[in-house]
Design a protein. Sequence first.
Length: 165
Amino acid sequence: MLNFIRKKLKNLLKNCRKVAILAIGNPLRRDDAVGIFIGERLKENENMFFDVFISYQSPEAFLFKIIDGPYSHVIILDGIDAKLPPGEILILTGKEITGREPLTTHTLPIKMLVDLIEKNGKRTIIVGVQIKDRSLKTGLTKAVKESAEKIITSLLEILSQKEKF
């Protein structure tokens, strides 16, 4: 699975200049915090090829910063509810979610967010992890945390070697 994630992300990030990573989630709703968990780990390793925006439940708060920024690609990290096995990872382009029901667990439809970003010339990639538990509790469940670690490892490997694309 790790090789599949790396290969798909590397292909989607081909020809990128700089990447904005938008981490979405609610840290008080157990697995719903997976986007924030990944984003915080990536933020510790920010470099000249990517910036991380920890948006919690308000991705629109960073929308103009991302749209006006030097980014060619935007990666949205979030917990999803797609009725898949817990921890399952979905990697979609903005075009792949057109016409689908929103997968996000938040009120702002992911399609609306993606449309706004892409109308401004940025390519969007959604990396979602199927949640298991949204109860009022902190800490990720085992399956979701394992998937988050795979995403972190893959993105850091790709984005630290960006010049080799």
